[in-house]
Ligand binder design. Structure first.
Ligand SMILES: CCCCCCCCCCCCCCCCCCCCCCC/C=C/C(=O)SCCNC(=O)CCNC(=O)[C@H](O)C(C)(C)COP(=O)(O)OP(=O)(O)OC[C@H]1O[C@@H](n2cnc3c(N)ncnc32)[C@H](O)[C@@H]1OP(=O)(O)O
Ligand SMILES: Cc1cc2nc3c(=O)[nH]c(=O)nc-3n(C[C@H](O)[C@H](O)[C@H](O)COP(=O)(O)OP(=O)(O)OC[C@H]3O[C@@H](n4cnc5c(N)ncnc54)[C@H](O)[C@@H]3O)c2cc1C
Length: 666
C-alpha cells in the first residue's frame, strides 16, 4: 500500500466553521472545569495500552471477561495512584468504554445502601464498598418478573427465634436473573424479596446478602449462582457478567434488611417509617437520571462518526471537479442534522434532570416529599424518550455511512449492541411511559380540586387557553420564535392529555380504560416528554452563552430539534388542530434553510464533543478523515487474513472444488 501522508482531510471543513469551537466545547462539557477533567481523562485512557479496545469483537467470552477484569483492576490501581476524585474516576470509567461489574457496584449497590439503609447500615457497609473490599450488585429482576416489581417471588421470612431472615427462592421463576456483576464478580448483593413476618406478606424490600466467600470466592452454602450466557452482539455487553441466583434457605442477620422505609423489630413487628414507600424504587430514579445524561453521549458519538464520514464520502455529481460529498445531499442532511440537534437537546435536558434529581434529594433529606412524583415522571419519561431515540439514531447513523457502516471497524455495530438494552433495563420504555401517562392523568383529574400542577406540568394551569389557542405563525420566520414553538408543544400535549382523560372517564373501571387506551396513553406521555426537552433547550438559550457565534448555532439546532419533531409527529399536530397544513408547509421550508445554516458548521459541531479517536473507535469517524487506507489496515488485521489460504481449505474447500472439476469433465 502507498505510504500514508499525515493529512487532515477535514481541514477545509473545519475552516468553514462560523463559531468559537473552544467555547462550544465548554458548553458541551457543562463548564470549564468539567471540560478540563474530561479532556485529561480521555487522554489518560487513550494513552494506556491496557485500555485498548479494538480487539473486543474477536475475543471469545472467557478472554473478553478476563480482559474486563484486568481493565477494571488497572483502572482501580490508577484511580488510587493518581488520587482521582469521584468526578475524575467516573470520567475515566466513561472513556474506558466497557460495561463492567464495577458499574453496578458504584452505580447501584452503593446508591441503594445510601438511599435505603439506615445511618448505622451506611456506616457499616459503605466504607468496605468504597474501598472495594466487597463487590456488590443490584439483584431485583427475576426470571418471571422484571417490570412488575411487586410481583417478585423471592422471600425473606423473619425467624424471631434466631433474629434472622431466611432468604429463599420458592419457584424456578423466582430465580434472580439479569443482575450485572452477579454472574462472576460480586461478593454481595442487595436482593429484593418479599418481607414475611409471622406468616404475613409485607411486600418488597431490599436485603444485603453475602454471596461468595471473601477468601476463595466460592459461593456460600445455599447459594446457586452463575452467568446467564451470551447476549446480543460480539464484545458489546458481553463484558458484563449478568447472572442468575437461587437461594436455598439462606440465613442473614436481621440488621441486613435495609431499614430506611420499613423496619422489623427484634420481636418481628413491622414498622413503616414516615417516608413514602416509593423510596424503595429510589435507586432506579437515580440511575434513570444518569441514563439520560448518557444518551447524549452515545448519540453524539454515533452522530460524530456519521457526520465526519459524510463529509469524507463522495458519490455521484460534481462539486468543483470532485464528486459530491454525501453530506451535501438534502436527504442526508434531513436524516443527520435532526440527530445532531437531538444530541445537543439531550445534553441540556440531561443537565437539567441532574439538577432536578439533586433538588428532590435535598428536599427528601428535609422531609419534603412533594416533588417525588414529578421527579419519578420526569426521570422515567426522559429515560424512555432519550434511549429510544438514541437506539434508533445509532442504527440510522449506520445507514448514513452506507456499506462501511456495517463493518465493526466503523464502531457503529458495537455501539448499537451495547446501547440497545438501555431501552429495556432500568424499566422497559413502554412501561415507563405508562407511568408518565398515569401521572399526567392524575394531574389533569386533580385540576378541578384546586391541586396546582407543579414543575414541568405547570403549563396545564393554562389549560383553557391551550385548548383553543391558534398557532401564532403567519410567515416562515415565525417558526424561529421560541415562545411560539414552546406554546405549540404545550398545546399539543395539553390537547392530547385532555382527549385521553375524556376517553378514560367513559370507562366504569379506570384500570380497564388504562388497558384499552394504553397505546394512546403512550403517545400522550411522549408528547409531554418532547415538550420538556424543547422547553429545556429554549431555557438553556436564555442563559448567558459566551463565545462568538455559539448562541446562533445552538439556536439553529434548537429550531431543528423542534421542527423536525413537528414534521415527524405531524399527525398529532394536525389532528389536534394545533397547526394548519399551510403552517406545516412553512415549517418544512424553514427546516431546509436551517440545514443550510448548519451545513458549514457540521464538522465543528461534532468536534465540539471533543472525542478522541480511541474513544470513538471508528475508522469512519477519525478526526483526520483519513478513512480509506485505515479501512484496509483494519481489514488486514482480521484473523481470517492471517494466512493466505484459509484454515479448512484442505478439508472442506479443496474436495468441493475437485468434485466440481470431475463433474465438469463428465
Ligand atoms: C472496565 C471498566 C473499569 C472502570 C473501573 C472504574 C471504577 C470506578 C469508577 C467509578 C465510577 C462510577 C461509574 C458508575 C456508572 C453508573 C452506571 C449505572 C449503570 C447502570 C446499568 C444498568 C443496569 C440495569 C439495571 C436494572 O435494570 S435494575 C432493575 C430495574 N427495574 C425496573 O426498572 C423495573 C421497572 N418497574 C418499576 O419501576 C415498577 O414496578 C413500576 C413503576 C412499573 C410499577 O410499580 P408498582 O406496581 O409498584 O406501582 P404503580 O404503577 O401501582 O404505582 C404506585 C405509585 O408509585 C409511584 N411510583 C412508581 N415508581 C416510582 C418511583 N420510582 N419513584 C416514585 N414514585 C413511583 C407511581 O407513580 C404511583 O403513584 P400514584 O399512586 O400517586 O399514582
Ligand atoms: C443488559 C441488561 C442489564 C440488566 N441489569 C439488571 C440488573 O443489574 N439488576 C436487575 O435487577 N435487573 C437488571 N436487568 C433487568 C431489567 O431491569 C428488566 O429486564 C427490565 O426492567 C424489563 O423487565 P422484563 O424483562 O420483565 O420485561 P417485560 O415486562 O417482561 O417486558 C416484555 C414486554 O412486555 C411489555 N409490557 C410489560 N408490562 C407491560 C404493561 N404493564 N403494559 C404494557 N406493556 C407491558 C413490555 O413493553 C415489553 O414489550 C437488566 C436487563 C438487561 C437487558
Amino acid at each position: 500500500m502507498e505510504a500514508e501522508a499525515a493529512v487532515d482531510y477535514l481541514v477545509d471543513e473545519r475552516s468553514k466553521a462560523q463559531f468559537d469551537i473552544d467555547a462550544m466545547k465548554i458548553i458541551w462539557a457543562g463548564g470549564k472545569h468539567e471540560f478540563e477533567v474530561s479532556d485529561r481523562m480521555a487522554r489518560l485512557v487513550a494513552s494506556d495500552p491496557v485500555f485498548r479496545k479494538d480487539n473486543r469483537a474477536i475475543l471469545d467470552r472467557k478472554e473478553l471477561f478476563k480482559n474486563t477484569l484486568r481493565k477494571a483492576a488497572h483502572a482501580w490501581k490508577r484511580i488510587i495512584e493518581l488520587r482521582l476524585s469521584e468526578q475524575e474516576a467516573s470520567k475515566l470509567r466513561f472513556f474506558v468504554d466497557e460495561p463492567a461489574y464495577t458499574d453496578l457496584h458504584w452505580g447501584m449497590f452503593i446508591p441503594v445502601i445510601k438511599g435505603q439503609g439506615t445511618e448505622e447500615q451506611r456506616k457499616k457497609w459503605l466504607p468496605m464498598a468504597y474501598r472495594m473490599q466487597i463487590i456488590g450488585c443490584y439483584a431485583q429482576t427475576e426470571l418471571g418478573h422484571g417490570s412488575n416489581v411487586q410481583g417478585l417471588e423471592t422471600t425473606a421470612t423473619f425467624d424471631p427465634e434466631l433474629d434472622e431472615f431466611v432468604i429463599h427462592s420458592p419457584t424456578l421463576t423466582s430465580s434472580k436473573w439479569w443482575p450485572g456483576g452477579l454472574g462472576r464478580a460480586s461478593t454481595h448483593a442487595v436482593v429484593f424479596a418479599r418481607l414475611i413476618t409471622d406468616g404475613k406478606d409485607h411486600g418488597i424490600n431490599g436485603f444485603i446478602v453475602q454471596l461468595r466467600s471473601l477468601d476463595d470466592h466460592l459461593p456460600l452454602p445455599g447459594i446457586i449462582i452463575g452467568d446467564i450466557g451470551m447476549k446480543f452482539g460480539n464484545g458489546a455487553y458481553n463484558t458484563m457478567d449478568n447472572g442468575f441466583l437461587r437461594f436455598d434457605h439462606v440465613r442473614i442477620p436481621r440488621d441486613q434488611m435495609l431499614m430506611r422505609v420499613k423496619q422489623v423489630t427484634r420481636e418481628g413487628k413491622v414498622v413503616q417509617s414516615d417516608v413514602p414507600w416509593q423510596l424503595l424504587y429510589g435507586t432506579m430514579v437515580y440511575v434513570r437520571q444518569t441514563i439520560v445524561a448518557d444518551a447524549s453521549c452515545a448519540l453524539s458519538r454515533a452522530v460524530c462518526i456519521a457526520t465526519r464520514y459524510s463529509a469524507v464520502r463522495r458519490q455521484f455529481g460534481s462539486q468543483n471537479g470532485h464528486e459530491t460529498q454525501v453530506i451535501d445531499y438534502r436527504t442526508q442532511q434531513s436524516r443527520l442534522f435532526p440527530l445532531l440537534a437531538s444530541a445537543y437537546a439531550f445534553r441540556f435536558v440531561g443537565e437539567w434532570l441532574k439538577w432536578l434529581y439533586m433538588d428532590v434529594t435535598q428536599r427528601l433529606q428535609a422531609r419534603d416529599f412533594s416533588t417525588l412524583p414529578e421527579a419519578h415522571a420526569c426521570t422515567a419519561g426522559l429515560k424512555s424518550l432519550t434511549t429510544s431515540v438514541t437506539a434508533d439514531a445509532i442504527e440510522e447513523c449506520r445507514k448514513l455511512c452506507g456499506g462501511h457502516g456495517y463493518l465493526c471497524s466503523s464502531g457503529l455495530p458495537e455501539l448499537f449492541a451495547v446501547y440497545v438494552p438501555a431501552c429495556t433495563y432500568e424499566g422497559d420504555n413502554i412501561v415507563l411511559l405508562l407511568q408518565v401517562a398515569r401521572f399526567l392523568m392524575k394531574t389533569v383529574s386533580q385540576l378541578g380540586s384546586g391541586e396546582r400542577p407543579v414543575g414541568t406540568t405547570t403549563y396545564l394551569l393554562r389549560l383553557e387557553h391551550l385548548l383553543q389557542c391558534p398557532c401564532d405563525v403567519q410567515g416562515a420566520e415565525d417558526w424561529l420564535k421560541p415562545d411560539v414553538v414552546v406554546q405549540l408543544f404545550e398545546a399539543r400535549s395539553a390537547r392530547m392529555t385532555v382527549a385521553c382523560a375524556k376517553s378514560l372517564s367513559k370507562f366504569s373501571k379506570p384500570e380497564d380504560g388504562f388497558m384499552d387506551l394504553s397505546a394512546d396513553l403512550v403517545s400522550v406521555a411522549t408528547a409531554h416528554c418532547q415538550l420538556i426537552v424543547v422547553s429545556k433547550f429554549v431555557e438553556k438559550l436564555q442563559q448567558d452563552i459566551p463565545g462568538e457565534g455559539v448562541k446562533q448555532q445552538l439556536e439553529a439546532l434548537c429550531s431543528i430539534y423542534a421542527l423536525s419533531l413537528l414534521k415527524k409527529h405531524l399527525g398529532d399536530f394536525l389532528s389536534t388542530s394545533c397547526i394548519t397544513s399551510k403552517q406545516a408547509s412553512l415549517a418544512n421550508d424553514v427546516l431546509r434553510s436551517l440545514y443550510s445554516q448548519v451545513r458549514p458548521n457540521a464538522i465543528a459541531l461534532v468536534d465540539a464533543f471533543n472525542y478522541t479517536d480511541h474513544f470513538l473507535g471508528s475508522v469512519l469517524g477519525r478526526y483526520d478523515g483519513n478513512v480509506y487506507p485505515k479501512l484496509y489496515e483494519e481489514a488486514l488485521k482480521d484473523p481470517l487474513n492471517e494466512s493466505v489460504v484459509p484454515d479448512g481449505y484442505h478439508e472442506y474447500l479443496q474436495p468441493v472444488l475437485k468434485q466440481r472439476l470431475r463433474t465438469a469433465r463428465l
